[in-house]
Design a protein around this ligand. Structure first.
Ligand code: BDR
Ligand code: CA
Length: 312
C-alpha cells in the first residue's frame, strides 16, 4: 500500500480525488490538510470535513492550513466551484473534530509516526507544502514524492499562461519544485484530457449510494463552468483525481521527465510552470510530467470506486 497525505482545497475535483483515495485499499490516506484556494480557508476545511463525514471516514485526522498564500493576497475560484466551494451537492455537516493543530503540524506528526516514507499529494495551491519544507527541513527525507495537480506546459486556465493552483501561490510552488524531492506533476495538458463526457455523467446517475449521488450533484454544477465553447470540452475536466489515479495506475499515463521551475517575476507569466521539455537548461530532471491518460480506464476507475460506497 501507498501511504499518503492529501493536501487539498475542496473543490469539486478535489472531492473526487478524496473519494478515489478512500475507495481503493491500495492507498492508505493518513491525513487530510486543507489549503486556501478554490475557496477561503474556512470553507475548504469545512468542505474536507463534510466529505469525510459523508464517506464515514471521521477517523482520518484533518487540519486547516495557512490562511493566505506566502506573498500574494488570496484569490479564490467561486466562479468555478460556487459560494461554498462545493456547490451542487447536499453534504452533511461535519460530525467530528478538526485536529487542534495547523496543517503543517499535522503533516509533521503524520510523517514522524510513519515508519515508511509517505507520498504527499497536493491538489490545491502549494502554500502548506512550502511552509512545511521551510519549517521542518529535517522531515523532508520522509516524503518519498510529491504528486501534485498544477501548472501546465504552454497552457493556462486562469491567465493565458498560468494554471489556477500555481497562480494562487507561485512562490510556494517555486519552493516546492526546487526542494529536491521527486515530483510528479499533473498539468492541464493531461487533466484537460481527463474529461468525463456528458453520457458518462448521465450513467453515473445510476449509482445510488450517497457518495455517488453527491458527486453527481457536484458534477452537474462543475460541468456548467466548462460548457463555455471556448474550452472545447465535451463534459468536465477532472483535474485533481489524476494525481490519485497516477498512484493507482501509473501505466495508464504517458509521461516525460524534465526540469520544471516556476516563474515568479514575469510581467505576464508570474506563476507559469516553465517546462524544459527539450533539455535546454541541462538542469536536473526534477519532475515526471503526466502528458496523456487512458481516459476510458480512468472513467471506469471512477465508476467502480464510487460503487464501493454501496457498502457504507
Ligand atoms: C485546479 O484549480 C482548482 O480550481 C481545481 O480544484 C484544480 O485543483 C485546476 O486548475
Ligand atoms: Ca484543487
Amino acid at each position: 500500500t501507498t501511504k499518503l497525505i492529501l493536501d487539498c482545497d475542496p473543490g469539486h475535483d478535489d472531492a473526487l480525488a478524496m473519494m478515489l483515495a478512500l475507495a481503493n485499499p491500495e492507498l492508505d490516506l493518513l491525513a487530510v490538510t486543507t489549503s486556501a484556494g478554490n475557496q477561503t480557508p474556512e470553507k475548504t476545511l469545512n468542505n474536507a470535513m463534510r466529505l469525510l463525514t459523508l464517506m464515514h471516514h471521521q477517523e482520518i485526522p484533518v487540519a486547516g492550513g495557512n490562511r493566505t498564500p506566502l506573498l500574494k493576497l488570496l484569490e479564490t475560484a467561486g466562479n468555478v466551484h460556487g459560494k461554498s466551494g462545493l456547490d451542487g451537492a447536499e453534504l452533511p455537516d461535519p460530525d467530528f473534530k478538526v485536529q487542534d493543530m495547523t496543517a503543517i503540524e499535522l503533516m509533521a506528526k503524520t510523517l514522524r509516526a510513519s515508519a515508511d516514507p509517505v507520498t504527499l499529494v497536493v491538489t490545491g495551491p502549494m502554500t502548506n507544502a512550502a511552509l512545511f519544507l521551510r519549517v521542518y527541513p529535517e522531515l523532508k527525507a520522509k516524503i518519498s514524492q510529491i504528486v501534485f495537480m498544477g501548472g501546465a506546459m504552454g497552457l493556462g486556465n486562469w491567465t493565458p499562461s498560468v494554471e489556477f493552483n500555481i497562480y494562487v501561490d507561485p512562490e510556494a510552488a517555486k519552493i516546492v519544485m526546487n526542494a529536491g524531492i521527486p515530483l510528479v506533476m499533473a498539468p492541464l495538458n493531461v487533466t484537460h484530457k481527463a474529461q468525463i463526457l456528458k453520457p458518462e455523467i448521465a450513467a453515473l446517475k445510476q449509482i445510488q449510494n450517497p457518495v455517488a449521488q453527491a458527486f453527481n450533484g457536484l458534477l452537474n454544477f462543475f460541468e456548467r463552468y466548462h460548457e463555455a465553447p471556448k474550452w472545447g470540452f465535451q463534459g468536465a475536466p477532472l483535474h485533481d483525481p489524476c494525481t490519485i489515479t497516477w498512484l493507482l495506475h501509473p501505466e495508464w499515463f504517458q509521461t516525460a521527465k524534465m526540469n520544471v521551475d516556476v516563474d515568479t517575476a514575469g510581467e505576464l507569466t508570474r506563476g507559469e510552470t516553465v517546462c524544459d521539455y527539450y533539455e535546454l537548461t541541462g538542469k536536473p530532471k526534477n519532475t515526471e510530467v503526466l502528458l496523456n491518460i487512458d481516459r476510458e480506464a480512468f472513467i471506469n476507475l471512477i465508476m467502480t470506486s464510487l460503487k464501493t460506497f454501496d457498502n457504507l
